[in-house]
Design a protein around this ligand. Structure first.
Ligand code: OAD
Length: 254
């Protein structure tokens, strides 16, 4: 089956060809066709069945570490075998063909852009397969010394063998700061790009969604790829109402 090629898509492809620099922001929608559930899609989205405040905040983890750990463990298990789709591959191949021309920032923690071979990915919300300590080590003499060995009883959140500190998933939870270097690089790209491609995100979570506003204010053309309306449609020059696995290979094939 070949996807329809809309005139707007033709025009956007031309903008991309003319662009010296492209910034790209992706969200859960780019992984939907790999089988990873999104957050806000009705019925299938994770937040249709769970409350974000119960699972994706530090307070939730402190209140019930086991519940949050288990939820992330299940998501990890579901993600470990998923494969990048045609959208991820199109981006990675483009970055490889045109080094430095496209800066990719993602809100996704699934690692699929990296798996597809994208040489540089600004992981704004972290990586679900990494862990980090919840607190500074209570026994360390210097603040920069972390805990020692994590002890894991099967099925329980791992703890520091010495001070009891907990390991948590190294993702950005609601109310937390984004990794400073990644955010700064993404902002710089938004500031200097000619085209900002916003793909597979509802545009509801800041500061990530702010990158689109920033690019628009700095004079870039803003293009959205999303089969459904998003909160950023109003600031876009073009909205391509298709899926990322259909549209990206056609936009980024040069
Ligand atoms: P959302 O679940 O909020 O939005 C997913 C978007 O993808 C929706 O606008 C869908 O219409 C669109 N979509 C669905 N299938 C698609 C497809 N095949 N191709 C293109 N688009 C498609 O996910 P995000 O916007 O990424 O943060 O959510 C942002 C953040 O909110 C996440 O990183 C996560 C979440 O809570 C944290 O956990 C901190």
């Amino acid at each position: 089956m070949t996807a329809a090629f809309f005139p707007a898509q033709d025009e956007v492809r031309q903008w991309l060809q003319d662009a010296a620099h492209i910034a790209m922001l992706t969200g859960a929608g780019v992984s939907a066709e790999s089988g990873v559930p999104t957050f806000r899609d009705a019925q299938t989205g994770l937040w249709a069945n769970f409350r974000a405040e119960d699972l994706a905040t530090e307070a939730a983890f402190r209140r019930d570490p086991q519940r949050v750990w288990d939820w992330y463990a299940e998501r990890r298990a579901n993600m470990v075998h998923v494969q990048p789709n045609a959208g991820h591959h199109a981006v990675a191949a483009f970055q490889q063909r045109h080094p430095g021309r496209l800066t990719l920032a993602t809100q996704n923690v699934d690692g699929l852009h990296q798996k597809a071979g994208s040489p540089e990915v600004l992981a704004l919300h972290g990586n679900i397969f990494d862990d980090q300590w919840l607190d500074p080590c209570a026994l360390a003499r210097r603040p920069q010394d972390g805990c020692g060995v994590a002890q894991a009883e099967p099925g329980h959140p791992p703890r520091c063998a010495q001070c009891g500190n907990l390991l948590r998933p190294a993702v950005v939870w609601f109310g937390e700061m984004l990794p400073m270097d990644a955010l700064a690089a993404a902002e710089q790209a938004a500031e200097r790009c000619d085209v900002m491609l916003v793909v597979g995100t509802a545009g509801a979570v800041y500061p990530a969604a702010g990158l689109a506003h920033q690019a628009r204010a700095a004079g870039a053309r803003v293009v959205i790829v999303n089969p459904h309306p998003s909160e950023l449609d109003d600031i876009a020059h073009r909205v391509l109402a298709g899926t990322s696995a259909q549209v990206l290979p056609q936009l980024l094939d040069f």
